[in-house]
Design a protein around this ligand. Structure first.
Ligand code: AHM
Ligand code: MG
Length: 345
């Protein structure tokens, strides 16, 4: 081994190397991804000291802008908006924290090529108890001529040019795809860089974990109840019973299943016929990633990325993970549910 050759690839190096994957791109998408990574590092820094917020007090309790400590999800939202606004490539954003799309001012409003939908801090109710949380993002090309319109955000997931998530966990990782496989980068805090740690990620075709909020069991459709029973049944050939693992933090549950193999379900319930999770900035980006990793994502009846969005904060049921497991769940939805789950809000 050449001791003068560095054996880590940073996210920055990787993105530049891969720029050639896009004959039409002139580096804009690369800059966009790099700015997202910077926002992720800033959010990571704040998430890591979340537990200290109450005891630091005084000056420490003031954020970088000199304002009083704000809720972390609001802080994360502002960081991502600022990062995307500084690229000159993104003309508008949609965020879980903002009711409407937000258009950036100045020349970028018409010249920016991309729009980005994101959930700045998903699972934020877990912050207080030191459980992993995440950021999820989805990038589309602006289709409108001139200024971005709502229609630019309402493109189906098949039109995403890139998607990714950041997990703020026992280590912090950024995982993304531009439609050419999935790669994961772990933040090395000692050098402040995301380093390639999980090249070409693939989800196992089947797994031994099912993940859903079983507390809502009584409200689940019959197909999901039958699938739960299937997961719990003993069967040597498929290595059942499976283990139930549910963190209640989508990115963390998803990331674990990506690596170990498994299925995550947020089903429709009587009270919420479209489930809880949002199509644009939760389900679509994770669906693009899982498909690129060899897995599958459906509403129970339809491929997630083919759902035509009708509103920014639309919800859809989500069945996502290892291909064989999603197929099995989907088959049971078909077999035991007389009515198809609707996917409009
Ligand atoms: P949030 O966007 O308000 O944080 O809610 C989304 C979270 C997901 O991370 C997680 O999968 C889900 O809510 C858990 O919901 P529940 O508590 O109903 O099981
Ligand atoms: Mg969320």
């Amino acid at each position: 081994m050449n001791r003068f050759k560095r054996n880590v690839t940073t996210l920055g190096e990787f993105i530049i190397e891969r720029q050639a994957d896009f004959p039409w791109a002139k580096g804009e998408l690369s800059r966009l991804l790099l700015d997202i990574a910077i926002a992720a590092k800033i959010v990571n820094r704040e998430v890591n000291k979340a537990g200290l917020a109450d005891i630091l007090g005084g000056a420490e309790n003031v954020n970088v802008q000199g304002e009083d400590q704000m809720k972390l999800d609001v802080f994360a939202n502002e960081q991502f908006i600022a990062a995307l606004n500084s690229t000159g490539e993104c003309c508008a954003i949609a965020s879980e924290e903002n009711e409407d799309m937000l258009e950036f001012a100045g020349p970028v409003a018409t010249q920016g090529k991309y729009v980005v939908a994101f959930d700045p801090l998903d699972g934020s109710s877990n912050i207080d108890v030191n459980v992993s949380i995440g950021t999820i993002f989805s990038i589309y090309r602006k289709r409108s001529i001139g200024n971005a319109t709502l229609e630019d955000f309402l493109q189906p997931g098949t039109e995403q040019v890139a998607a990714g998530y950041v997990i703020y966990g026992s280590s912090t990782m950024l995982v993304y795809t531009t439609g050419h496989g999935v790669n994961g980068f772990t933040l090395d805090p000692s050098i402040g860089e995301f380093c390639l740690s999980h090249p070409d990620m693939k989800i196992p075709k089947t797994g031994g974990i099912y993940s859903l909020n079983q507390g809502n069991y009584n409200a689940f459709p019959q197909g999901v109840k039958e699938y739960i029973k299937y997961c719990q049944d003993k069967d040597k050939a498929t290595n059942r019973p499976y283990s139930l693992r549910y963190i209640g933090s989508l990115v963390a549950d998803f990331h674990r299943n990506m690596i170990k193999g498994g299925i995550f379900i947020y089903p429709p319930t009587e009270k919420s016929p479209n489930g809880k999770l949002r199509l644009l900035y939760e389900c679509n980006p994770l669906a693009m990633i899982i498909e690129q990793a060899g897995g599958k994502a459906t509403t129970g009846t339809q491929r997630i990325v083919e759902v035509k969005p009708t509103s920014l904060h639309q919800r859809v049921p989500l069945f996502i993970g290892s291909e064989d497991m999603v197929n099995q769940a989907e088959q049971m939805m078909l077999e035991f549910n007389s009515e198809k789950s609707s996917v409009t809000e």
